[in-house]
Design a protein around this ligand. Structure first.
Ligand SMILES: [Fe+2]
Length: 301
């Protein structure tokens, strides 16, 4: 791999049973914007520069189809590819025909997650934040049977670094955001939740109110996490996927001191810095292990 590193999390592709309903939700209530359509799907952007941040694809069961990670340039894509020789379902770096374009390759990590590394994908010039709209994917939390070995793979082969640990989670960093990925211990390689970045606390509040107006109560929050120091509100979205509005993610650099579980100890009954929110609800905790990756690599329609 040399010094080549992943430097961001661009987008995720989700398998969706009721595409029309999920599309209505993510455009009307969650406040993303369609940028491209296919026979079996739709791609949605936030207010940030990323061409799209989620793809919704018709699928027999709700699923986590793929995660798109960014590399700084083609040379980094090639170097990361070289370092992944022998990985499952590894493709050759090439121009990407799918919407957003760019240059990249796909592979499966040892737990069977479909990943793609991309550079030079299209970026939007209009990136002014909007008070109540998500800008980008802030982070993904993923379940892993052995978070230590999975984290080790992502660090060795993709250039992430472990930035903090709690009893439940291992947080991985790849840019100025405290974390872009975290691994939780789980029975299988499933989705824990998807966090969307809002411009400020007020936006999280507005988004939470909009969700409540539309019949989606807060499942956990509103609160402020320990690691990452971010404000959060969690919901149960379409197809039983757990989604989060977040803001004020701690910005870090190389000087950040990595911490362990002892750094975040809450008073009895609490699970965040504020201690004013509700949850996590049992139904949200059940949903946090329900969405898996398919057995095959993802090919969009
Ligand atoms: Fe989160």
């Amino acid at each position: 791999m040399g010094n080549a590193k992943i430097n961001g999390l661009r987008s995720i592709d989700l398998g969706i049973v009721d595409l029309a309903r999920a599309r209505d939700f993510y455009t009307g209530i969650w406040q993303l914007t369609p940028v491209a359509e296919t026979r079996g799907g739709v791609y949605l952007r936030g207010t940030g520069p990323d061409h799209h941040i989620i793809g919704l694809h018709r699928h027999p069961v709700a699923a986590m189809l793929r995660i798109d990670l960014t590399a700084p340039d083609r040379a980094a894509v090639d170097a990361l590819h070289d370092g992944l020789a022998g990985a499952a379902a590894l493709t050759t770096p090439a121009a990407i025909a799918e919407t957003g374009g760019g240059y990249g390759f796909s592979f499966r990590d040892p737990d069977g997650r479909n990943l793609r590394v991309i550079a030079e994908s299209a970026r939007h010039p209009d990136t002014a934040p909007r008070a109540d709209r998500p800008g980008k994917i802030a982070h993904l939390v993923l379940n892993a049977p052995d978070p230590e070995s999975t984290s080790d793979f992502w660090c060795r082969h993709l250039g992430f670094r472990i930035i903090d640990r709690t009893k439940a989670l291992t947080f991985l960093n790849c840019n100025e955001d405290h974390h872009s990925i975290a691994f939780a211990r789980g029975d299988a390689a499933t989705l824990h939740h998807i966090a969307f970045e809002m411009p400020e606390i007020d936006s999280v509040m507005r988004g939470a109110g909009r969700m409540r107006d539309n019949g989606f109560p807060i499942e956990w929050g509103i609160g402020r996490h320990g690691p990452g120091d971010n404000v959060f509100a969690y919901f149960l979205g379409p197809e039983g996927m757990v989604i989060e509005y977040t803001a004020e993610v701690e910005q870090v650099d190389e000087s950040y001191t990595v911490k362990g579980p002892e750094a975040w100890v809450w008073a009895p009954g609490r699970n965040d810095q504020w201690g004013i929110g509700i949850g996590p609800t049992h139904r949200m905790e059940a949903a946090q292990t329900s969405i898996g990756f398919p057995a095959e690599p993802f090919t969009p329609a």
